[in-house]
Design a protein around this ligand. Structure first.
Ligand SMILES: [Zn+2]
Length: 121
């Protein structure tokens, strides 16, 4: 299986603890970085990042789980107003993008470190 290539330095990411997945802005495709390269890059272009925590972090996963729980709660209220449905539509789409990023990161970048075969390298 091919290793992920770091977006900053172009070298393969060989260890799970080195992997940091992040997006440049909310609507972009998640990319893989070495933890070190990500930190270096963050110092230069921090202001352009909309989210600070990496996608493959526990904090990010917890955040989308909590937002999803809140969303289903709001969904269950069923207020008969246009604003309510508009809000549900917009926040649902944004939540969908967060889930897409998380699953994309898992399938494309993190999956390779989940197999035992790769652990020996
Ligand atoms: Zn790198």
């Amino acid at each position: 299986m091919n290793l992920s290539i770091c977006e900053t330095c172009g070298n393969p990411i060989t260890n799970r603890s080195e992997l940091t997945v992040s997006k440049e802005h909310f609507f972009s495709i998640p990319k893989a970085y070495h933890h070190e390269c990500y930190i270096d890059q963050m110092e230069d272009i921090r202001s352009y990042y909309t989210q600070v925590e990496p996608i493959n972090s526990v904090l990010y996963s917890l955040r989308i789980f909590m937002l999803t729980a809140v969303y289903f709660f709001l969904f269950s209220i069923r207020i008969r107003s246009v604003m309510y449905y508009l809000f549900l539509g917009i926040s649902g789409s944004l939540l969908g993008i967060e889930w897409f990023s998380r699953i994309y990161s898992l399938v494309v970048y993190e999956r390779q470190f989940l197999t035992k075969k790769h652990m020996r390298i």
